[in-house]
Design a protein around this ligand. Structure first.
Ligand code: DAS
Length: 364
């Protein structure tokens, strides 16, 4: 019996081997290419769309000249990393950014992200106010899908223009799973920054965007995102701000503190109907003795006074240099004056209660 079993065993094996040998070699099935993410590139202008007279013109060029299709055509590799399509939302040098342009851009972003066939958005933008637009969007975009702002420090016509590689990296990031839920991001110079903490720190060098003290979130390298940290403050769909029904934003301006500073600008802004004033104080948000009466007068007229600092990093301590409780001021936490202004504008679309506004500066 045992012999029969082993004979049968070998017969089955042999039959199987014959079948395999006689089966024509299977043509390898073409590996189906990975499904590429759908990324929309919204162009708004700036140096990334700039042109200079010669290839060595890296200052004194004209920003906001090249259209979105040309930007995309200049980087054929984009098509290997995403299904991209472009829209020219507007074409401005970003020093000329306005509330109306912000509301138009934010509405378009929210419309597109609500579509199931859009996985992420890249926004090409001038670098001068890129950090401000990024933070505004960080507070009003209602989606966890990636929104990535990108600019360039050299015009598209320059030797070693940084725009193409920045746009390529931004497109990869906007289509990546790693960027989902991290809020609005900024990519230049192979570095990934958060919208809340990034700021332009140099007038003209390619490494200008940094997050003083708090640092950037990670790198773009080898065609993918490498994250080492994530934002902790609330952003995008976690925020309480809704611009869908807004056709304007409250008027908030910034006054800079310095030696022998005059109260005239503060009085003028109050007279012009400002709803909020950010005072970019010296040191830990200290206020000149001649300015305190102006800020107190402003507060008495219902203007929200926000005490910030011109120094560029660190926490402005509540009741530190000034008794904020006594004067009913708000403090800016670590937001620089131009970022604090944005959060105060949006806060004023919901409340003029200073305790509520201070709560917002503690969570966003
Ligand atoms: N004027 C600058 C701007 O549009 C150019 C730039 O750096 O992008 O922000």
């Amino acid at each position: 019996m045992q012999v029969f079993k082993s004979l049968k065993h070998w017969l089955v094996l042999g039959l199987g081997a014959a079948l395999v040998c006689n089966t024509p070699a299977q043509t390898p099935v073409e590996a189906t290419p990975p499904k590429l993410p759908n990324v929309v590139i919204l162009a708004t202008g700036g140096t990334i769309a700039g042109t200079g007279a010669t290839s060595t013109t890296t200052v004194g060029y004209t920003a906001a000249k090249v259209g979105v299709e040309q930007l995309i055509d200049a980087v054929p590799a984009l098509k290997q990393v995403a299904n991209v399509r472009g829209e020219q939302v507007f074409q401005v040098a970003s020093e000329n950014m306005t509330n109306d342009l912000w509301l138009k851009l934010a509405r378009r972003v929210n419309e597109l992200l609500a579509r199931s066939d859009v996985d992420g958005i890249v926004i090409t933008h001038g670098t001068d106010t890129l950090e401000e637009t990024a933070y505004f969007l960080d507070l009003v975009v209602k989606s966890e899908k990636p929104v990535v702002l990108v600019g360039a420090m050299r015009p598209s016509t320059a030797i070693s223009a940084d725009g193409p590689i920045n746009l390529y990296n931004a497109t990869i990031l906007a289509g990546s799973k790693e960027a989902v839920g991290k809020g609005v991001l900024v990519v230049l110079n192979d570095q990934i920054n958060s919208a809340r903490d990034v700021t332009k720190t140099n007038t003209s060098t390619a490494d200008t965007f940094r997050a003083p003290d708090l640092g950037f979130l990670g790198y773009m390298q080898d065609n993918r995102a490498h994250f080492y940290r994530a934002p902790l403050r609330k952003h995008t769909q976690e925020t309480e701000f809704d611009i869908s029904k807004l056709d304007s934003l409250p008027k908030v301006d910034i006054v800079y503190g310095y030696e022998n500073v005059s109260r005239v600008p503060i009085d003028a802004l109050v007279g012009a109907g400002d709803k909020g004033i950010v005072y970019a104080g010296v040191g830990d948000g200290s206020v000149h003795k001649d300015i305190m009466p102006a800020l107190m007068d402003a507060r008495k007229k219902g203007v929200i006074v926000l005490r910030g600092a011109r120094v560029g990093s660190g926490i402005v301590a509540r009741n530190g240099e000034v008794n904020d409780d006594k004067y009913d001021f708000v403090v800016s936490d670590t937001l620089n004056p131009q970022k604090a202004r944005i959060l105060l504008m949006l806060a004023l679309t919901r409340t003029d209660d200073t305790k509520e506004i201070q709560r917002m500066f503690a969570i966003y």
